[in-house]
Every structure is written in C-alpha cells, then in structure tokens.
Design a protein around this ligand. Sequence first.
Ligand code: GRF
Length: 195
Amino acid sequence: MTRIPFAVMISGRGSNMIALLRAAEDEDFPGLPVLVLSNKPDAGGLLAARAHGVPSLCIDHRVFKKDREAFEREVDAALRAAGAEFVALAGFMRVLTPWFVHRWAGRLINIHPSLLPKYKGLDTHARAIEAGDAEAGCTVHYVNEGVDEGTIIDQARVPILPGDTPETLAARILPREHELYPQALKQALMQMPVR
Ligand code: GRF
C-alpha cells in the first residue's frame, strides 16, 4: 500500500496531533506523517512530535506582521518541501486565506470541538452549555473559505450533564476527538482526489 504523506499543523499542546501520529504508527494506516508545523515557537506539540520522531518546524506568524499570505506562502513551501500531500489542522489557531485553502482544496481538514454547524469559532463548550443543549461533541470537516464551514466528514457526540462547566465538558469531548480524528483522517485520505 502506498501511504500518503501528510502534515499536521498545530498551535498548542497538540494532543490531537499525537493521536494522529499514534494512529499512523500502524503500517496499515493510509497516511505517513512527514511534518508537524506550528505557528507558535512555544507550542508543546513541537516537542511531542520530536519525541515521536516526526520532523517538526515552527514558522512564527508574527514575523510576517499583518501579511497573512506571506506567512502562508512560507507554510506552503515548507509543506511541499516536506513532501506533504495532505494537511490536518489540529488546534491550529490561525484563519487561513482563500489562497491557501484553494491550494489545498480537498486535501485540508480540521477538527472542531462542537457539533457543527452549531458553534463555529471559539468558546464552543460554554456556548453549548449556555444554550441548554442536551449534547455536544466534535466534528472533523474539510476546510473551505469559511471558518468551520466545510463539508463534514464525521462527528462524535457526548451528553451534556447537569453541573457541567466548559472545562468538564471539554474534558469529556477531548478523548472522543482523539478517537474521531484518526478515523476521519483515514477516511479522507482514502477519498483524496487523484492529483
Ligand atoms: C481541540 O479541542 C480541537 O478540537 C480544537 O482545539 C483543541 C486543540 O487541542 N480545534 P490539542 O492541541 O489537539 O490538544
């Protein structure tokens, strides 16, 4: 089986990234991680990637000031230099421009901690609790020009329990993210458009 080289983009602790790298340790997994890229030098996930033996790189977006495309051109060049053919965003906290999204169309996915289309953007756990929802969850979706708006690949659900806080709810959802993301990445890789 030919394994598709993929990259993971992070901004923080990278627990979802680790779940993807662990899944890819199975040689039957259809993807092979070739790069973990962070826009933040202090992202804990960079060290974790190194511990897994996957090349890691930081491209600090602050260097590019307000020029988002200049930042993304550098990211795009690094992804291509690493041989990546697919990108999974995992807690990557920068909105990507249409230029980047079009370049990676059909080959760029993200995980979001809500049952999309509900609660795009930030503070998803607090918003689900405040709305009185009976359940919450997480979604893996393709990335398009909108924020958290692309075609949904898969979702996982958890109950919202009496007395939940954003923290307790996030702690219930996160392990489900770690199960869902590798499965959804596998599915997306197997459906990847031929280039
Ligand atoms: C996760 O909840 C993910 O859904 C969201 O940001 C968080 C990142 O966590 N996009 P981690 O860095 O993967 O631990």
